[in-house]
Design a protein around this ligand. Structure first.
Ligand code: SF4
Ligand code: SF4
Length: 105
């Protein structure tokens, strides 16, 4: 699976440390997105038929197959909920993000 690389972000202190433009180089993230996501998808592996339709519809490309089972890379999932909407088996539900990691994901 191709994943974007993460660039360590250092908060600028002096004007000379600010980037010259508003954009980062393509394929780089300054942080993983779990810090601002408000909802996350939870997969019920018993209900999942492995049709892989959620993979086709995920705009972030963070759904993948591991040992024949669907997995979600939570480090880069944006929590948009599209996967839950398109799953005909209702195998994915969206839950509120736990900021303390209490949900174990
Ligand atoms: S769309 Fe639903 S049933 Fe199909 S692979 Fe994804 S979670 Fe499983
Ligand atoms: S919530 Fe959105 S970004 Fe996350 S796995 Fe589902 S479709 Fe992909």
């Amino acid at each position: 699976m191709n994943r974007p690389s993460i660039t360590k972000y250092k908060t600028p202190v002096h004007i000379s440390e600010y980037p010259v433009g508003p954009c980062y180089q393509a394929g780089h993230l300054v942080t993983e997105n779990a810090g601002w996501r408000t909802e996350k998808p939870i997969l019920d592996k018993e209900k999942c038929t492995g049709c892989f339709y959620c993979y086709l519809c995920c705009p972030e490309g963070v759904i993948f197959k591991l040992d024949g089972k669907i997995e979600i890379d939570y480090s880069f999932c944006k929590g948009c909920g599209i996967c839950a909407r398109v799953c005909k088996s209702e195998a994915i539900v969206m839950i509120r993000e736990a900021k303390d990691g209490a949900d174990g994901c």
